[in-house]
Design a binder for this molecule. Structure first.
Ligand code: NAD
Length: 283
């Protein structure tokens, strides 16, 4: 039976580290503030936004909340981002995605100042990651790296396979694993023989968006399996892209859903806010 990688515990460790650093900065008179913008009232987005604000409260980061109506125009949203970009008291800006269809997501991502891009989605942040410069990294893949490191999984020299090539998970995940000296293969919907590739993996990161698709037959004995997927099954219970029961019989270490990657995303957002505060104060 695989050993569980406890994302809840590790995310609390990270939030506590951020909290201590935020408190130390406060003593020096430096406060950190995150602006959170939500357009419309999508229930799932509201839950994410609430969790982010709670994590800010926990870590001592100030949060400013902008709840805009569904009919907000792109121009209005861009104008608010401009205002927050120019506000020296605001260190990080986050627009909860998805935005309503009449707003171009790309224009929003590109308008946030790269210095305040705590989600790490701006092309400049992505470029910095790919050439190994200091900058903001997309929170979910950054969280996966912390899960691996803090569970004593050696990335250097390991055969790492990422399933999924999205801009927010798969691609930055691959870049981060390369940065950590892993040998990285990225699979996607056009990969010819998925099992043949995934069975080579010492570390398998699954970000497909298909409930329970990856079972034991895709996994090498003793491999570490990280499940990024989040779904609700027929019984309204959370599950991942990995068939946990089947996979945990062959994996060496595995993340559960819930309680694996999910809580890490918000912890890494808090870490990015701290990083924004440090960079903007010349540290
Ligand atoms: P996406 O839909 O943008 O990308 C899915 C990727 O999977 C694509 O690159 C596609 O090529 C690949 N794919 C699809 N079908 C495949 C198949 N049959 N074989 C191989 N590859 C296949 O999804 P995403 O935004 O990267 O998210 C992936 C999953 O992670 C979703 O379940 C999402 O809800 C979850 N997610 C979780 C968090 C978190 O905080 N835990 C954050 C972001 C996303």
């Amino acid at each position: 039976m695989a050993e569980l990688i406890d994302g809840k515990k590790i995310s609390t460790e990270i939030k506590d580290e951020v909290k201590a650093k935020v408190a130390a900065l406060k003593e020096e008179g430096v406060e950190i503030t995150l602006a959170v913008i939500q357009v419309g009232a999508d229930p799932a987005s509201s839950v994410y936004v609430r969790n982010k604000k709670n994590a800010c409260a926990y870590t001592g980061i100030n949060s400013l909340s902008y709840e805009l109506p569904e009919e907000t125009t792109e121009e209005e949203l861009l104008a608010l981002i401009d205002k927050l970009n120019a506000d020296e008291k605001v260190n990080g800006i986050l627009v909860q995605l998805p935005v309503p269809k009449h707003i171009n997501e790309d224009s929003i991502i590109k308008r946030i100042s790269p210095d305040k891009d705590v989600d790490g989605f701006h092309p400049e942040s992505v470029g910095r990651l790919s050439i190994g410069e200091r900058g903001f990294v997309s929170c979910t893949p950054a969280g996966v790296i912390q899960l691996l490191k803090r569970s004593d999984v050696k990335i250097e020299g390991a055969e790492c396979v990422v399933i999924g090539r999205s801009n927010i998970v798969g691609k930055p995940m691959a870049m981060l694993l390369i940065r950590e000296n892993g040998t990285v293969t990225v699979c996607h919907s056009r990969t010819k023989d998925l099992r043949e590739v995934t069975k080579r993996a010492d570390i398998l990161v699954v970000a497909i968006g298909k409930p329970k698709m990856i079972d034991a037959s895709y996994i090498k004995e003793g491999a570490t399996v990280i499940d990024v997927g989040i779904h609700r099954n027929e019984d309204n219970k959370l599950c991942g892209d990995v068939d946990f029961e089947s996979a945990s019989a062959v994996a060496g270490k595995i993340t559960p859903v819930p309680g694996g990657v999910g809580p890490m995303t918000i912890a890494m957002l808090m870490n990015n806010c701290l990083e924004a505060g440090l960079m903007q104060n010349g540290r």
